[in-house]
Write a protein that binds this ligand. Structure first.
Ligand code: LER
Ligand code: MN
Length: 273
């Protein structure tokens, strides 16, 4: 199991509420490496504005990997979502989805996350789920052709009205029916919707679909500052053979650096014990 921190790339104007680490890109990379991260999850909104080759060289110079490309900043910073009441905005969002996939391939990132970027069913009404399935089938085809995969993330029902728990996410991957769509479990969202710390991970793994994990305590603070049993989760992940990333996506509290440092300090001994 590897550990990463979510940071936002320079194309994202406003500060995304779950982005960690302060300073310039180089300062962020330096801190992540010094504090023992294996990788970074990049929150980006318009990757065509970025020099991907230069960014990849910078990240690799610090011996870090890109664990994932996160679409979570998209709705927050641009208002673009795959389901959208304005068909033009929905089209733009779909085009950004393909840009994120191309960016993932360019960065050597294995996955692109689909969280709040999916939009809400209520914004389009009847047929929303089937429409999302069709968009993500197209995305999965593109991803597979580029050696990348997509993960759908259950979000708590206060944040989203479509796919709130792991069982529904797994059902959705079957509806999409493409091998390049899996799931991401975010421990923060799971605290609202699941009935066990560990069973959702087992079910996702048994389905062959557990490809990424977001870390956040129940209060979205760094692990150890809330109620989530991370020791039980990591022990289960080890038992079921999960060897991918645990990626901190949480509030920058008490500040963006302390949250990153504290997460790594708390999780590293669990992951390595
Ligand atoms: C995204 O990964 C997430 O967890 C949401 O709460 C925000 O998009
Ligand atoms: Mn998340």
């Amino acid at each position: 199991m590897k550990l990463s921190l979510c940071i936002q790339t320079p194309d994202v104007g406003p500060t995304v509420p779950v982005a960690l680490l302060s300073g310039t890109l180089d300062e962020k990379l330096d801190k992540a490496a010094k504090w023992g991260a294996d990788g970074l999850e990049l929150i980006t909104i318009n990757p065509v504005e970025l020099d991907a080759a230069a960014l990849r060289r910078s990240i690799e110079a610090y011996n870090l990997e890109v664990s994932a490309i996160a679409s979570g900043g998209m709705a927050f910073a641009t208002g673009l979502t795959l389901l959208h009441s304005d068909p033009q905005k929905a089209e733009q969002a779909k085009s950004r989805m393909h840009d994120l996939i191309a960016f993932a391939a360019a960065m050597g990132a294995p996955i692109v996350t689909i969280g709040s970027f999916r939009g809400k069913a209520a914004s389009v009404g009847e047929g929303a789920r089937a429409r999302l399935a069709s968009i993500l089938r197209e995305g999965a085809q593109d991803a597979a052709a580029k050696g990348v995969r997509l993960v759908i993330e259950p979000l708590n029902h206060y944040e989203n009205d479509l796919i709130n728990n792991l069982n529904d996410a797994l059902a959705f991957t079957e509806e999409v029916g493409h091998a390049a769509l899996g799931v991401l479990i975010d421990t923060y969202h799971a605290t609202f919707e699941e009935s066990s710390w560990t069973e959702p991970f087992r079910r996702a793994m048994a389905a062959g679909k557990l490809w990424h994990v977001h870390l956040g305590d129940n209060n979205r603070l760094p692990p150890g500052r809330g109620l989530v049993d991370f020791a039980a989760i990591v022990a289960t992940l080890r038992e079921i053979g999960y060897d991918k990333y645990l990626s901190a996506e949480l509030l920058p509290k008490p500040d963006a650096d302390t949250a990153g440092l504290e997460t790594l300090a708390y999780m590293r001994p669990l992951v390595e014990s």
